[in-house]
Write a new protein. Structure first.
Length: 91
């Protein structure tokens, strides 16, 4: 099927093309404005949340600023033998 154009496009055709192009431009500008707005709102919030989370984890897992750097790490616990090795003598 071949498309054939008969003469030059008229005023109505140019106005339709112009309206469609204006619609695409308006949608593109609207999407851009919304994306920039969301970015400007969320970026500072994400930075602050990241810093708070970093400080929270640092305090929680390193013991905070009260611990001395050279202090020994002591792990205390109670142990119970569940399964004796066959090489150990039984009482």
């Amino acid at each position: 099927m071949q498309l054939r154009f008969q003469g030059r496009p008229g005023l109505a055709t140019w106005l339709t093309i112009l309206a469609v192009m204006a619609l695409f431009a308006a949608v593109g500008i609207a999407v851009t404005v919304v994306a920039v707005g969301v970015f400007l709102f969320l970026m500072p919030a994400l930075i602050v949340a990241g810093l708070v989370f970093y400080v929270y984890l640092r305090i929680k897992f390193r013991g905070g600023p009260t611990k001395k750097p050279g202090a020994p790490k002591i792990i205390d616990g109670e142990y119970r033998v569940v399964d004796r090795d066959s090489s150990e003598p039984r009482n």
